[in-house]
Design a protein around this ligand. Structure first.
Ligand SMILES: [Zn+2]
Length: 242
């Protein structure tokens, strides 16, 4: 079964014998007019006399797929998180939609923080996994939340009971973000969006910047850090670089 909107749209395009681009465009238009993703897909399937149940998306299967990736390897998960956090702050076209990032964080919160590091990951692998994660999370929020032309309106009526808590949280946080507030991804404190740096409140950002000495990502660097960490990357010099 397909787990992402892209896969479903590709299948729909193949079966209907039309270019992917055209299907994607139609879906975007329908969604901009307030249709949900599922509804938009169903309409196109029907128009082409295709059985719409072949193009369904299962939100619980998507969550499982996300969860599986996040449990695979500790460092890998940290790296994926960093890529996504950067993309949600990006002003470029590849910007990750905020609700998708909230869904990612909700699922991440349930993953035990075991530092099981079994792989040595390449940047290429991380890029592929981050792309996969983006497709999974954006698809997920498209179906567990209810959308209208004006944006997110709440939890989708057909959202499974198991995922309603997550969907509700994504909705609340999205609302909060839209009104200019942000909940620090490290301590959870609510701050103004414009005060944040890399999605952290000013205090957490300061703490993490201080910890980030060039070579010490591991705990073993702790002792050195007391002596040298602060002097090297103190004040806000790295803020201007980023
Ligand atoms: Zn914080």
């Amino acid at each position: 079964m397909s787990l992402t909107a892209r896969d479903v749209l590709q299948k729909l395009a193949d079966d209907a014998g039309v270019p992917y681009r055209d299907v994607a465009k139609r879906i975007n238009q329908a969604m901009a007019a307030g249709d949900g993703l599922k509804q938009a897909i169903e309409n196109i399937a029907k128009e082409n006399a295709l059985n719409s149940s072949k193009y369904s998306l299962d939100s619980q299967a998507i969550v499982k797929a996300i969860d599986k990736i996040l449990r695979e390897d500790y460092t890998q998960t940290l790296m994926i998180s960093a890529v996504l956090a950067q993309m949600v702050e990006s002003s470029e076209k590849d910007r990750l939609p905020v609700p998708a990032f909230f869904a990612f964080l909700e699922i991440l919160a349930d993953v035990p923080d075991t530092s099981r590091d079994t792989k040595s990951e390449t940047s290429h692998e991380i890029e592929d996994l981050a792309t996969r994660m983006i497709e999974l999370t954006t698809t997920l929020v498209s179906i567990v939340c209810e959308w209208s032309a004006g944006g997110m309106r709440g939890v989708a009526a057909d959202c499974p009971v198991e995922l309603r808590g997550m969907a509700r949280s994504v909705f609340r946080k999205t609302r909060m973000f839209q009104s200019g507030l942000w909940s620090c991804i490290s301590c959870g404190k609510i701050v103004e969006v414009r005060e944040t740096h890399a999605l952290l409140c000013p205090e957490c950002d300061r703490d993490i910047s201080n910890e980030r000495t060039p070579s010490s990502t591991a705990r073993s660097g702790e002792r050195d850090r007391l002596g040298y960490g602060r002097t090297e990357r103190d004040d806000s010099t790295d803020e201007s670089i980023q």
